[in-house]
Design a protein around this ligand. Structure first.
Ligand SMILES: C[S@@+](CC[C@H](N)C(=O)[O-])C[C@H]1O[C@@H](n2cnc3c(N)ncnc32)[C@H](O)[C@@H]1O
Length: 233
């Protein structure tokens, strides 16, 4: 992914109609489990006001909405209007007690919220796509309350050479061909180069501490092919 936000936004607008379906098949449904882990680790409680940054079609926002119940409030933020349109059309199951969700079209680097506004936050597969990772962590720090925790889930290059080989094979031989069938080769071919540039878990911990987070721990999952950075202000 490059620094051209309009281009990145156009990519996510374009893939919006097939994004959920592709995610389900490419991760064999596991992305939902990893997202539940991120939600649990940002420690939402009943009545909280929570942020789901780079919310896309809203998986994490809807999970948070169940945790915090009708007295809470979730804000799903994304700069892709097409992703937000899909997120806002989703409906909770009839019996679920969920909080209201506000879908906000905004840049992750410049959010329209007051300082210290949120009790917790999630971010799924967004950090790798923003043009300024330290700037995004700074903005997240600004909008979280002191003591609040954010959990940031993303793909990583595993340190094991065997798993790295498997990941490269999977991206080249499974993900890109599947995307090609949908006319989205370019949109999915960016994943591999974006992983090469993405800071490692340790580097992300260091960047977070530099921004001011008092606690920052990166947990590798799926053999290091995924990871969750848990940071507390
Ligand atoms: C890979 S999708 C992840 C969506 C969702 N969080 C999930 O886990 O399924 C990344 C999302 O980040 C959004 N995004 C990327 N850069 C952004 C930015 N600078 N500001 C706001 N949203 C951004 C994209 O529009 C896209 O919806």
């Amino acid at each position: 992914m490059n620094d051209n936000r309009t281009e990145v936004q156009a990519i996510f607008d374009k893939i919006a109609p097939v994004y959920d379906e592709l995610n389900d098949s490419l991760s064999l449904g596991l992305h939902k489990i990893w997202k539940q882990m991120a939600v649990t680790w940002c420690q939402p409680t009943y009545g909280n006001t929570c942020l789901d940054l780079c919310c896309g079609s809203g998986d994490l926002a809807w999970m948070l909405a169940k945790w915090v119940g009708s007295q809470g409030h979730i804000f799903g933020v994304d700069f892709s209007p097409q992703q937000l349109a899909i997120a806002s059309k989703r409906k909770p199951s009839l019996l679920a007690e969920v909080s209201p969700i506000s879908w906000v079209e905004a840049d992750a680097l410049n959010m329209p919220f007051a300082d210290s506004y949120f009790d917790c936050a999630t971010m799924g597969y967004g950090l790798r796509n923003v043009p300024d990772i330290p700037g995004c962590l700074e903005e997240l720090y600004r909008v979280l309350k002191p003591g609040a925790t954010a959990a940031i889930l993303d793909m990583h290059r595993p340190s094991s050479s065997q798993l790295r080989g498997f990941q490269e094979w999977y991206l080249e031989r499974v993900v890109v061909p599947m995307a090609r069938n949908l006319g989205l080769t370019k949109e999915y071919a960016y994943i591999s180069p974006s992983l090469a540039k993405f800071p490692t878990g340790l580097e992300q911990e260091q960047l977070s501490q530099k921004v001011g987070f008092v606690k920052a721990t990166h947990y590798p999952i799926a053999g290091g092919m995924m990871g969750i950075l848990v940071i507390t202000k």
